[in-house]
Design a binder for this molecule. Sequence first.
Ligand code: HAM
Length: 436
Amino acid sequence: MSKPESSKKKIQAIRGMNDLLPGQSALWQYFEGTVQALMQRYGYAEIRTPIVEQTALFARSIGEVTDIVEKEMYTFEDRNGDSLTLRPEGTASCVRAAMEHGLLHNQTQRLWYQGPMFRHERPQKGRYRQFHQVGLEAFGLDGPDIDAEVILLSARLWKELGLLDHVTLELNSLGSNEARAAYRDKLVAYFEQHRDQLDEDSLRRLSSNPLRILDSKNPDMAPMLADAPKLMDHLDAASREHFEALTALLEAAGIDYVINPRLVRGLDYYCRTVFEWTTTALGSQGTVCAGGRYDGLVEQLGGKPTPAVGFAMGIERLILLLDTLELVPQAALGELDLYVLPMDDGATAQAMLLAEQVRSELPELRLQLHCGGGSFKSRIKKADKSGARMALLLGEDELAEGRVTLKFLREERDQLSLAQDALAKTLANLASDVRA
Ligand code: HAM
C-alpha cells in the first residue's frame, strides 16, 4: 500500500536556518581557530552555556520593548509549563552563568563564547534565524582602558584576516542612565515637533523606545534625524571623560574611528561606550561586530553592581565578507595534499601502511587513502576528483622495487619515482613547495 502523499514530501530545513556544508566548513574552522587563538592570547577563557534559558532572563536584560523581545524570540512552553527561549544573544546567558557560579565575587573575569543564536527575523543575505556569534565579556573593570582593549582585540582579528581596510569602527556614548533619561525627554519633545515626518514604526517607538528612532533607515526621515538633538551633547561629565579617554587610547594605538551620534544599539542594557564595526561590502546587513558597556546589567539581574563591557560578531557575515573579498587563504580551503592510490587490490595493504607512516611523520599533511576498489581508470578519476594536489601510486612494480610513483595532479610536472623509505622527507619538501 502506498503512503499518503503528505508523508512522502521531503522534509526541509527551517527557513533562515542553514546547513554548513563540507565546502564551507574548512573556512569556518579557519575563522574559529583564528578567533580562539586570539582570545587565548588576550587572556580570555571560554564559557559554554545552554542554548535555552528561562524567557525572563532575556526579557529583563535585553528589554521588554526591544525588537528582539517583542518580535523575534523563539519562545515556547516546555513540558513542565515553564516559558523557555532559544537564546537570541550571548551576553545575558554569560551574566547569568557568571553570577550563578560566583565568578563575579570581588574579581575581574574575561570570558568568551561562541555558538548558535536564534532570532525570528526576516531572512536575507547576512541575516538568518539561526546564526552564529563569537563574543567576549569583561567583568569588574570600569575604565576606558578595557573598552579600548576589547576594540584592539577585534582590530587585531581584522588585521589577521586581511579585513582591516574593509571595516569601519563607529563609536558613540550613551552616557549614564540619568543623562540618557534627560536626553530622552529632549528627543521626544523634538520628535513631537516633527510628528508629521515620523513613519509608523517611529510613532510606535515614540513612547516606548524613542532613542531607537535615531536608528531608522527610512531615507525620508534622514534630514529630520540629522538635526535631532545629539546624545553626545548631553552626556554627564563622567561619561564624557570616559569617552574622551577611550578615543585618546584608540588614537595612541593607531585605531581609526568615526563618531556616529545616532548609534544607539538595539538592546537596552548598554550605557556609556557603544560601538560597531561595519562594512559596505555586504549590502544592508553590514554590521559585523557590535558591543559596548553595560555597567547596570549584573545588578539588574540580582547581582552586586559590576561594570562590564563586551561585543559579539556575526560569524556568517564575516565568512561572507571573506568570501566576497576573496580573502580566503589556501589553507582555509581544506584541500587534500595527497591521495594514496593502490593501483590494484594487491597493493591495498602496503598502501594503507604507507599512508599511516606518512600520517605519523607528517601530521599536518592532509591525506586520503583510496578505498572501495574499482578499475585502474576509475581509481585515477577518484584521485582527480578528490581535489588532492598529488597522488601516490602503488602497483605491482612499485611493490617489487620498494618504491612509489608520485604524480602531480594540478600542475604540469613529470611524475617522480621515490624510495618508500625516504617518502616522508621528500613529501615534506614537496608539500611546502606546492603550498607556497
Ligand atoms: P547584536 O548587535 O544584537 O549584539 O549582535 C551582534 C552581531 O551579531 C551583529 O553585529 C551581527 O554581526 C550578528 N547578528 C545579529 N543578528 C543576526 C542575524 N539575524 N543573522 C546574522 N547575524 C546576526 C549582541 O548580540 C550583543 N550581545 C553584543 C554584546 C556583547 N554586547 C556586549 N557584549
